[in-house]
Design a binder for this molecule. Structure first.
Ligand SMILES: Cc1cc2nc3c(=O)[nH]c(=O)nc-3n(C[C@H](O)[C@H](O)[C@H](O)COP(=O)(O)OP(=O)(O)OC[C@H]3O[C@@H](n4cnc5c(N)ncnc54)[C@H](O)[C@@H]3O)c2cc1C
Length: 305
C-alpha cells in the first residue's frame, strides 16, 4: 500500500480531510490507542459506498467505529482504514412514534428527543455514550432494557458496497450480542419504534438513572464502561470486588475503587497496561471462584507487551 496514493484515492470520496497516522486515543473514551493508518469520516451513504468499493477493489476490509466507547485499541494502532461514523452521519427522521436514525447518532441525544416527544422506552440509554451502530451491534442495555427491543429495521452496507435492509425477523439480539457481529458489513441506519408515554415521567426517569450512574460509576475518569461481561446469574463487578481487586494498578490503568467492573485511565495509560490488568483480573477471579470473565470490550488493532 502506498500511503500517499491511498490518501488521494480516499480523499476523492469524502468532503472532510482523510487523516493519516491518526492517534486513536483521540477517538476512544478510554483516551488510549496508537495510530490508525487512515481515518475517514463519511457524511453520507454515497461517500461510504465510494470508500467501500475502493477498499473492496484493493481487498481491504476497514474497521468501522462509532463513538469508541467499547473498544481497546492496541498501542501499535490499526493497519488500514478506520471509518468513523459520527457527527455528519447522525441525522434522524421522526414519524410519529418511529425514528430512522443514521448509525452515528448518539444514544443520549435520541433518548432525550424521544422523551421530549412523550415517547417511552429509551430512557435507559441516556447515560450510554455510544452511537447507534455500536449499540445495535453490541445490543447495548442497562437497567433491564436493551436497544434490540425497540429495533424494527437495520440498514446495512456490505463491505462490497451493496446496500441491504434487515427486518426484525432477520435480527437476533442476546445479552450484549447481536447477529450483526457476523454480518459482512457496516450498520448505516436503524429504525426504532417506541410506545406513547409521558414527557415529565420520562424526563424524571432519565434524571434518576443519570444520577444513579454518577453515584455508582467513576465517570470522572476515562473508561469504556464495563470491561467484562456478566457471567450467567452473577455480576463481574461483584466477583472482582470480592477478590479484593479494587485499586489494583498497572502503569496508568487501575481497577476503579468505585465500581469493580470499570478499568480507569489515571492519565497516560497504555493499551498494554489495560490488557495486563484485564489478564490479572481474569486470573485472580478464575483462581478464587473458578469463573472465567470474558471481556465485553472489543480488542482492536496491534498490541505490544
Ligand atoms: C461511561 C460508560 C458507560 C457505559 N455504559 C454502558 C451501559 O450501561 N450499557 C452498555 O451496553 N454499554 C455501556 N457502555 C459501553 C458502550 O457505550 C456501548 O457498548 C456502546 O453501544 C458502544 O457504541 P460505540 O459507538 O461507542 O461503539 P464503538 O466502541 O465505536 O464500537 C464497538 C463495536 O461496534 C462496532 N461498530 C461500531 N459502529 C458500527 C457500525 N456502524 N456498524 C457495524 N459495527 C459497528 C465496532 O466495530 C466495534 O466492534 C458504556 C461506556 C462508557 C464509557
Amino acid at each position: 500500500m502506498n500511503k500517499a496514493v491511498w490518501q488521494k484515492e480516499l480523499q476523492g470520496f469524502v468532503k472532510t480531510s482523510v487523516l493519516i497516522n491518526e492517534p486513536m486515543k483521540k477517538h476512544t473514551t478510554w483516551n488510549i490507542g496508537g495510530p490508525a493508518d487512515f481515518m475517514v469520516f463519511p457524511s453520507s451513504e454515497e461517500e461510504l459506498i465510494g470508500i467501500l468499493q475502493f477498499l473492496h477493489s484493493e481487498d481491504s476490509i476497514p474497521f468501522v467505529m462509532g463513538n469508541g466507547s467499547n473498544i481497546l485499541v492496541g498501542d501499535k494502532g490499526i493497519r488500514g482504514v478506520v471509518i468513523r461514523l459520527a457527527g455528519a452521519f447522525s441525522k434522524r427522521t421522526w414519524r410519529g412514534n418511529e425514528v430512522d436514525a443514521q448509525a452515528g447518532a448518539l444514544l443520549p441525544s435520541l433518548a432525550l428527543e424521544a422523551a421530549e416527544r412523550s415517547l417511552t422506552g429509551m430512557e435507559f440509554a441516556a447515560g450510554i455514550p455510544g452511537s447507534f451502530g455500536g449499540a445495535i451491534r453490541m445490543n447495548a442495555g442497562a437497567y433491564g432494557n436493551t436497544i434490540g427491543e425497540y429495533v424494527t429495521k437495520v440498514g446495512l452496507t456490505e463491505y462490497s458496497g451493496t446496500k441491504r435492509e434487515l427486518t426484525v425477523d432477520e435480527l437476533t439480539f442476546e445479552y450484549r450480542k447481536s447477529n450483526l457481529f457476523s454480518a459482512d458489513g457496516i450498520v448505516t441506519s436503524v429504525t426504532l419504534k417506541f410506545l406513547e408515554g409521558d414527557r415529565e415521567q420520562s424526563m424524571a426517569k432519565i434524571k434518576e438513572l443519570l444520577q444513579l450512574r454518577i453515584r455508582k460509576q467513576p465517570l470522572e475518569f476515562p473508561s469504556c464502561g464495563s470491561v467484562f461481561r456478566n457471567p450467567v446469574n452473577d455480576h463481574a463487578g461483584r466477583l472482582i470486588e470480592m477478590a479484593n481487586l479494587r485499586g489494583t494498578q498497572i502503569g496508568g490503568a487501575m481497577v476503579s475503587r468505585k465500581h469493580g467492573n470499570f478499568i480507569i485511565n489515571l492519565g497516560g495509560a497504555k493499551a498494554k497496561d489495560v490488557l495486563n490488568l484485564i489478564e490479572a483480573v481474569q486470573r485472580r477471579v478464575e483462581d478464587s471462584y473458578g469463573v472465567h470473565l470474558e471481556t465485553e470490550v472489543k480488542l482492536v488493532g496491534e498490541f505490544e507487551r
